[in-house]
Design a protein around this ligand. Structure first.
Ligand SMILES: Nc1ncnc2c1ncn2[C@@H]1O[C@H](COP(=O)(O)OP(=O)(O)OP(=O)(O)O)[C@@H](O)[C@H]1O
Length: 292
């Protein structure tokens, strides 16, 4: 297979016919792809669609040159693996067995090798999840995902339950793997470390996409800027509250306009995404944001 492993083409997703992700197009390219956004912005919903667990209301998810509706699911499940929260490990099962269950029968002896690959001693295979630290449990989850030799990992907040130093070590591990990755997080430091490209979601819409380093250095959408500025800095000033703080997106026009400190009358018309020096931005005032 050449080209991106997975690609969303104008995908709208929802629950009980109520759309929560609107008309999203993005592909999972090399170097890691991040999906950033606050709680409820639709990140997990999009990840579920990429895993084939949620069928689009409209649009398609492409796996190579086939849509997920037509795909050979066995090959797909081997190629695309989720990395879920460590809490989802079966608490009664020894972790070695959890990993072995993901392996083909003839390869079950590889449990120790997989544990070593994620930086754990093979002897830990006999422990149950509660006998491991949070960071060790997360490594077990990663070992389990790697068992089938996937091309792509879909990681949903893989380190959010870990303390900062453990988080850094798990991020190092993820960065050292040569699998492609789609990473969902509200933590900008995590995408900065693991994703060459990022997409910022607000209320189910991609508002800005582009190289992660550029997005964080000079955001072109006021929402990306608000996310970046909200990162608390140790010993620094608390983040400034900018604009209003309604949680609910505007029903018409730009969805961010009720919270946007730069909103003008024009924002009552929904902005189309446009190319701005290699990134896509859905904001009428992107040039002003960049200049600010
Ligand atoms: N099973 C469901 N049934 C109905 N609505 C749902 C369901 N799952 C999610 N939603 C709604 O879809 C929207 C997007 O949720 P989603 O979980 O994708 O957001 P998220 O960005 O991953 O948030 P978080 O960071 O809190 O996990 C939210 O409004 C949520 O309430």
């Amino acid at each position: 297979m050449t080209g991106p492993v997975l690609r969303a083409e104008r995908v709208t997703l929802g629950y009980a016919r109520r759309p929560v992700v609107h008309d999203v197009s993005l592909e999972i390219t090399e170097g890691g792809v991040g999906l950033i956004g606050e709680s409820g912005s639709g990140k997990t919903t999009l990840a579920r669609a990429f895993l084939g667990l949620l069928t689009p209301m409209s649009g398609n998810i492409w796996y190579g040159d086939q849509t997920l509706k037509k795909v050979d699911l066995r090959a797909f499940r081997k190629d695309v693996q989720p990395v879920f929260q460590a809490e989802a490990l079966d608490p009664r099962m020894r972790v070695g067995r959890s990993i072995a269950e993901a392996l083909p029968r003839a390869e079950r002896a590889r449990v120790g090798e997989l544990l070593e690959q994620v930086g754990l001693a093979p002897e830990l295979a006999d422990r149950r999840p509660h006998q491991l630290s949070g960071g060790q449990r997360q490594r077990v989850v990663i070992a389990r995902a790697l068992a089938v030799g996937p091309r792509l990992l879909i990681l949903d907040e893989p380190t959010s339950a870990l303390d900062v130093t453990v988080q850094a070590r798990v991020l190092d591990l993820l960065a050292s793997l040569d699998t492609e990755r789609l990473l969902i997080t509200h933590n900008l430091a995590v995408v900065e470390r693991l994703c060459r490209t990022s997409h910022v979601l607000f209320a189910g819409r991609v508002v800005e996409s582009g190289p992660t380093a550029e997005l964080l250095k000079s955001p072109a959408h006021p929402y990306t800027r608000a996310l970046r500025d909200a990162v608390p800095k140790l010993g620094g000033e608390p983040p400034q509250a900018r604009g209003r703080t309604e949680a609910v997106p505007a029903a018409t026009g730009c969805p961010f306009r009720l919270r946007c400190p730069m909103a003008v009358e024009k924002c009552e018309q929904a902005p189309e995404p446009r190319d701005l020096g290699g990134r896509q931005v859905a904001c009428h005032r992107a040039e002003d944001v960049l200049a600010a």
